[in-house]
Write a protein that binds this ligand. Structure first.
Ligand code: SAM
Length: 307
């Protein structure tokens, strides 16, 4: 069944007595070229010679799920809307490699979920991807949960996180330090992954039509904070504490974006200490946090926290 055209989407929702729910961010894809392209982008980041699994967040009526089923050996889709579960059973009945789990992604224990559903794939040396057309209301929390469920000293267990999100947020994730779009989330993601905007998707590809344009981003994990800052502590616990300090510094710097870094950090580090750290790094004393790259945040934290 082609699950991604306006007639099928409306027909399936009608049959199950459903209407798109705003509270769950339900904007369903109605142009099959879009989910096919997203699923292909997702699979392109995996090692296709090994078993491949993927987690989908919010399958909706299965538009993207059906293409993931074609590209991956195993698909586990997490859907919060109980009403969609029987509909998905019918829509995806031709595939025997998909499991739909009724759950709120924000409430699951992600490492436990990955172990429960993908041990076979991981034990066989395979990879797990994450792919979704994310509900707009929780875009950033979902991405941060994916990144923060694992220690910052390790590589995330995902080959890629390929997600469709608001264009504005997509620009922010992939922004360069110092650009208008650069924000705390850009720097936080850079500590664990490389984010790139893959392609834009206009609002007319959804039912109902959202107010904003969208884009698909690929977040490709690297080996962790030591890849960004090789001088991070070698000891695991010390490195984890260091990573927390870096995150605090980023949040302080962007919490008061218009202030210079010296002023933004003054609640935690004296102005003299921050000014001296900047001088050691060869950075101007009046710099704002929004100009600093993730590795510069690491270096400054290292100097500020060294006794
Ligand atoms: N994948 C479908 C598509 O592309 O047409 C639907 C995408 S729609 C933008 C977002 C989906 O995420 C909806 O099916 C919604 O019910 C589901 N959803 C919303 N919040 C969720 C949550 N916290 N956990 C799991 N699914 C959620």
């Amino acid at each position: 069944m082609q699950l991604c055209n306006p007639q099928t989407v409306r027909g399936l929702l009608d049959k199950y007595g459903l209407a798109p729910k705003k509270a769950f961010g339900q904007n369903f894809l109605i142009n099959p070229m879009v989910p096919e392209r997203i699923a292909d982008a997702s699979a392109s980041f995996a090692d296709q010679s090994k078993p491949m699994g993927v987690i989908e967040i919010g399958p909706g009526v299965g538009a993207l799920t059906q293409y993931l089923c074609q590209n991956y050996d195993k698909v586990v889709a997490i859907e919060i809307d109980r009403g969609l579960i029987p509909l998905l059973g019918e829509a995806l009945e031709e595939f025997d490699n998909v499991t739909v789990v009724e759950a709120d992604f924000m409430k699951i224990d992600l490492p436990e979920f990955v172990r429960e559903h993908f041990s076979d794939i991981l034990d066989a040396g395979g990879t797990i991807g994450v792919c979704a057309n994310l509900p707009y209301y929780i875009t950033t929390p979902v991405i941060m949960k994916l990144l923060e469920s694992y220690p910052m000293t390790e590589k995330l267990p995902f080959s890629s996180i390929v997600v469709m999100i608001q264009l504005e947020v997509a620009r922010r994730l992939a922004a360069k330090a110092g650009s208008d779009d650069y924000g705390s989330i850009t720097a936080s993601i850079a500590l664990r992954a490389k984010a790139e905007k893959l392609f834009d998707v206009s609002a007319g590809n959804f039912h109902p039509v959202p107010k904003v344009a969208s884009a698909v981003v690929g977040i490709i994990p690297h080996s962790g904070i030591r890849e960004v800052y090789p001088d991070a502590p070698a000891d695991e616990d010390e490195c984890l504490a260091f990573a927390d300090d870096v995150n605090d510094l980023i949040n302080l710097a962007f919490g008061q974006r218009r202030k210079t870094l010296v002023n933004a950090l003054s609640g935690k580090y004296s102005k003299e200490k921050t000014a001296a750290a900047l001088e050691t790094c060869g950075i101007r004393a009046d710099i704002r946090g929004e100009k600093l790259s993730a590795s510069e945040f690491c270096r400054i934290t290292d100097i500020l926290t060294t006794k």
